[in-house]
Design a protein around this ligand. Structure first.
Ligand SMILES: *[C@@H]1O[C@H](CO)[C@@H](O)[C@H](O)[C@H]1NC(C)=O
Ligand SMILES: *[C@@H]1O[C@H](CO)[C@@H](O)[C@H](O)[C@H]1NC(C)=O
Length: 441
């Protein structure tokens, strides 16, 4: 009987007489089954159903085909849910995190923790995201406007992606030199040939992220090839690939040289640059090539979904796992709640774990790096803030709330402290200044 129901469902689905009935767990099934496999299954069931239809009770098949049978009749809410599912079809991406996850956990002969801490990627030691949930993925990609860098939510609400946001989410080095501004290798430099030579006979165009992941897994030591392999894999999974077929983007290969200090590159700025360049897929089946993980994390981290509270730790990448993302995805999908949650109040600082993750080889080095990063975040945010403030000033001249806000802003930047924590200009205000501790009482 139950086989029969499935057959009928498939018949209905295929002939598109009506939308097929789906049980609660069918979404998951669909998430797992690639399109090709699904088609095969449908065909298989279709064939067996033709045989079955003759032996089974004729009345039942007639009735069910007309949709009169009880189990087959969709309630209005089921029909509505089908429409919701169709509105957000699964989006697949060339820049999924899978290969990065495989490589990080597949490397056996190299101390990855030491390597990660050295290059400032300490948060990736326990990287736990294997895939991005495709329906929410579709939602965030469709609702992201690369021009304004805004992710739109329901009810005309939105929030913005910034370089600092990339740092909060991904926890990679911020500030410092831009990757693309680094001098490219000299003409005649053969390193790109050496690099490509690792991939036995594959041309640059044929190369995919999995090839690079496999090279990393086979590695026996952290040499320059290893570093370029890792960074190329990282930028192609967390940033963007070069083409619709998943062709590799060679920005790292072109700009990182043997003597480059990887930690001193502004990786957040680079990933942000990828985000700005990313394009929405133009057809339903086109795959996304931009920073998929980042966009989904941006959504998950910024929205206050009260049914599944997740602490907002920094960087967010250490908190979120495929498991947690799936739970949230399935709950929101079931409720048809994409883009409906409240936004977190960004002025409340999320739980910060300190951005230099992993074991500290040198306290001083880490402390300085941490200060450097925070300063980069502040300058960046300050520039964004001042730009917004100017816009507001032009739009609402003389507005009292705005004037109040401006006063606060002036206060905050009025009192720089000396290295011993003392207020540099000695000016006291209404207890508003926050000094570094360490001065004697
Ligand atoms: C089919 O339906 C007819 C009337 O609707 C009924 O007389 C007949 O017994 C049914 N046949 C079967 C196999 O259930
Ligand atoms: C999230 O939303 C709930 C309900 O509106 C609220 O009580 C809670 O304070 C919010 N959490 C944060 C961190 O803003």
């Amino acid at each position: 009987m139950s086989v029969w129901i499935i057959v009928v469902e498939l018949l209905i689905a295929v002939s598109s007489v009506s939308v097929s009935v789906k049980k609660d767990d069918s979404v998951k099934e669909e998430d797992i089954l690639p399109e090709g496999v699904m088609k095969q299954l449908v065909n298989k069931f279709l064939k067996s159903s033709l045989v079955k239809a003759e032996t089974d009770e004729e009345n039942e098949s007639k009735l069910s085909k007309k949709g009169k049978k009880k189990e087959k009749v969709l309630t209005p809410s089921e029909i509505q849910h089908q429409e919701y599912l169709q509105k957000w079809p699964i989006l697949q991406a060339r820049s999924a995190p899978t290969a990065l996850h495989t490589a990080i956990h597949g490397v056996k002969n190299v101390d990855m923790q030491k390597f990660f801490v050295e290059i400032g990627f300490g948060s990736y030691v326990r990287f736990d995201i294997t895939k991005i949930l495709g329906r929410l993925g579709r939602y965030v990609v469709e609702n992201f406007d690369a021009e304004t860098c805004r992710l739109k939510l329901e009810g005309e609400r939105f929030f913005e992606a910034t370089v600092s946001k990339v740092h909060e989410l991904l926890g990679i080095p911020i500030g410092g030199q831009s990757l693309l501004s680094l001098e490219t290798r000299a003409v005649g430099d053969e390193f790109d040939k050496v690099w490509l030579g690792q991939f036995e006979g594959k041309s640059a165009k044929q190369l995919r992220v999995n090839d690079i992941a496999n090279k990393l897994i086979e590695s026996k030591e952290v040499d320059f090839l290893f570093k370029v392999n890792f960074l190329t894999l990282f930028t192609n999974t967390m940033g963007m690939v070069a083409g619709m077929q998943g062709e590799i983007n060679f920005d790292v290969l072109k700009h990182v040289r043997e003597d480059t200090d990887i930690r001193s590159i502004d990786w957040c700025d680079y990933i942000f640059h990828c985000l700005k360049l990313s394009k929405k897929p133009s057809t339903l089946t086109n795959k996304y090539t931009g920073p998929y993980t980042l966009l989904e994390l941006l959504y998950l981290d910024s929205t206050n979904y009260t049914k599944l509270p997740v602490p907002r730790t920094r960087p967010a990448i250490k908190q979120w796992s495929t498991n947690l993302m799936s739970q949230r995805h399935d709950m929101e999908l079931k409720e048809e709640y994409f883009g409906m949650s409240e936004l977190f109040d960004e002025s409340e600082l999320p739980e910060t774990e300190g951005f230099v993750a992993g074991c500290s080889s040198s306290y001083k080095k880490d402390l300085l790096k941490n200060l450097e990063e925070k300063l980069a975040v502040i300058s960046n945010e300050r520039a964004c803030f001042e730009e917004l403030l100017t816009t507001a000033g032009l739009e609402f001249p003389g507005d009292l709330d705005l004037i109040e806000l401006h006063k606060k802003y002036v206060q905050i930047f009025k009192h720089p402290v000396a290295l011993n924590g003392e207020d540099l200009d000695g000016d006291d205000d209404n207890g508003n200044d926050r000094r570094l501790s360490g001065t004697d009482p």
